[in-house]
Design a protein around this ligand. Structure first.
Ligand SMILES: [Zn+2]
Length: 580
């Protein structure tokens, strides 16, 4: 491709709308343009990279026995009513009507459609297991689309669904996909970490999220300094060394604490650390009020809390509820004598001695609170948010905090959708059984953004060889110079004939402009031809990833580039597929 013909409108200025590196660089490098909030047009360079990501995904899904299909974007409401998700999905779903008033949605996900397909096509255990996948647009009406294609309203996903006859089959496919995902991301040059995550729905099974570590990531994760343990903080477990027990229990006493409501204020007032206090947080939903107890220096994890009491969601109680349950305004709740709600305590609370808590009356706190003696929780279970610095459950390492971009998720669905939509098969005995499902997603467009987030510097994108829109750019210092033009035209021809993806920067621009664009777009290999190198029939090669520069004879440019590209791409391939 000649640069003069390529639609690659690079920008010198950082677009005002962009906050994070990937968003800025993808606009500046001319990979994409915004059409509306959270909706983007991919220009030739961006689309080439997307297609490369898709090709890698296809190879790995096919190698794992996946079969590609293409499911409709436009989905009838009836199927979503069957799964009870038409209303549950909420405002995020784009809903529309056809000319006859029949309701549809733009698919935010495809469990309903695929389950409806499989329930009519699969009859027998002999047809199982079955793995179907697609690479398709998804639509979610995000409240705050942002960070470019990181959180868009239209985006491309790969979604695979597995259908098995039993839990063992599902487990096998789950781990097959897990390992396929490791290969996909490695081949994309992306550093990811699979983390345990919260499955969400009640009765939900196991799930892992694949996180690309990046400061711009929206997810908080922790991982162990010693073992493989890694988890989303929503789910993460950790171990806290308990304080030394004295065994000397003080008596319960009330103290007057006028206008003191926060842990910090109380600590200052009583001269005790936050770890001596029992934090009592009230949560509710329409059915129940729950008091959650954690140590003063810890935070309640509301997702763990909701799972502990077996509901989808709990929210912080409002002022009226707090007054009704505790008899005091916000800031004075405590477990002693608390009635009218379930009390859930974190195990670390039960290890406390002579603690301080709210006194369930205005301006009153209690000291000498001893869990077990002075109050008995209804349930003792982990409801604390793990923090960096905590000990790992393995007992050997310390948890390290990081931010991640969720680029993939593997999920054991079980029978949630097969039950709702009646997708069954007949076993050997002719008995009807529900299909056991798993679903496995990769954010294709988000993967591209995550790669840019991890692979860039101040000058622009540093594409991994496997995803670079073109591998090589040939830059003549002066294309109007006849001898240079003749040489680079021939070089361009030779590289093209050798099957190398190459751009020739044939523009009448200053060399500095061409170099800046080459760095911004992130071509892995730049080959420069100028008067000085030409004298010796040589060219200068520069590698974008390391900045390394070397001069080689013109006659060796093609083999050198070809070899470099092959080695870089094969380095990430599984052993069995190298050298094909
Ligand atoms: Zn560990």
């Amino acid at each position: 491709m000649r640069m003069s013909m390529l639609l690659a409108p690079t920008l010198r200025e950082v677009p005002a709308e962009a906050e994070i590196a990937s968003h800025k660089l993808m606009l500046r490098a001319g990979l994409m343009r915004k059409a509306a909030a959270g909706i983007y047009t991919y220009l030739p360079l961006g689309y080439r990279t997307l297609q490369k990501i898709e090709a890698i995904i296809r190879e790995e899904m096919n190698a794992a026995d996946g079969q590609e299909v293409l499911l409709p974007i436009l989905q009838p409401a009836e199927l979503w009513h069957e799964s009870n998700r038409w209303d549950d999905y909420g405002e995020e779903m784009f809903k529309l009507k056809d000319r006859n008033g029949r309701q549809f949605c733009l698919g935010p996900t495809h469990e309903e459609i695929i389950t409806a397909l499989v329930r009519t096509e699969i009859r027998s255990y002999r047809q199982l297991p079955l793995l179907l996948y697609q690479i398709q647009n998804k639509y979610r009406d995000e409240i705050r689309p942002r960070f470019g294609i990181m959180r868009g309203r239209e985006f491309i996903m790969k979604d695979l669904y597995s259908f098995d006859r039993d839990a063992q089959g599902l487990d096998k496919n789950y781990w097959k996909m897990y390992h396929a995902y490791e290969r996909v991301f490695a081949r994309c040059g992306l550093k990811t970490r699979p983390v345990e995550a919260d499955p969400g729905a009640i009765g939900g099974n196991m799930t892992h999220e694949f996180m690309a570590l990046a400061e711009a990531g929206e997810a908080e994760i922790v991982y162990c300094s010693h073992c493989d343990y890694a988890a989303n903080v929503e789910k993460a477990q950790s171990v806290i060394s308990s304080g030394k027990k004295t065994g000397v229990l003080e008596g319960l006493a009330k103290v007057s604490t006028p206008n003191i409501r926060t842990v910090e204020e109380l600590g200052e007032f009583l001269g005790r650390p936050a770890s001596d206090m029992i934090k009592t947080m009230l949560y509710h939903n329409s059915d129940m009020v729950v008091a959650a107890l954690v140590r003063g220096d810890h935070a309640v994890n509301d997702i763990k809390l909701a799972r502990a009491v077996g509901v989808m969601e709990l929210e912080l109680a409002d002022q009226a509820t707090i007054e009704e349950v505790t008899g005091a305004p916000m800031g004075f709740a405590g477990p002693v004598g608390l009635k009218g709600c379930r009390i859930i305590a974190d195990p670390t609370v039960m290890e406390m001695e002579n603690a301080i808590s709210g006194g369930n009356a205005v301006d009153v706190h209690m000291t000498g609170v001893n869990p077990g003696r002075d109050f008995k929780p209804d349930l003792v279970i982990d409801i604390r948010t793990a923090q960096p610095g905590d000990s790992c459950p393995c007992g050997q390492g310390t948890l390290i905090g990081a931010r991640g971009i969720e680029v993939g998720q593997v999920f054991k669905l079980g029978t949630k959708y097969s039950q709702a939509l009646g997708a069954t098969f007949l076993d050997e005995a002719g008995e009807e059984n529900l299909l056991i499902m798993g679903c496995y997603g990769i954010g294709v467009t988000r993967t591209m953004a995550a790669v840019v987030e991890q692979c860039h510097d101040d000058d622009g994108i540093i594409w991994p060889m496997s995803l670079a829109p073109y591998h090589v750019i040939v830059v003549p210092i002066n294309y109007r110079d006849e001898s240079q033009k003749a040489v680079v035209d021939a070089l361009y021809e030779d590289l093209t004939m050798a099957g190398i993806e190459v751009v020739l920067d044939d523009r009448n621009e200053r060399p500095g402009v061409k170099f800046k664009d080459a760095d911004l777009i992130g071509f892995p290999i730049r080959i420069t031809v100028g008067p000085r190198t030409l004298e010796n029939k040589e060219a200068e090669v520069r590698l974008r990833s390391t900045g390394e520069e070397y001069v080689i004879p013109l006659s060796e440019v093609v083999t050198n580039a070809k070899e470099r590209i092959r080695r870089a791409i094969e380095a990430e391939l599984p052993d069995s597929r190298r050298g094909r």
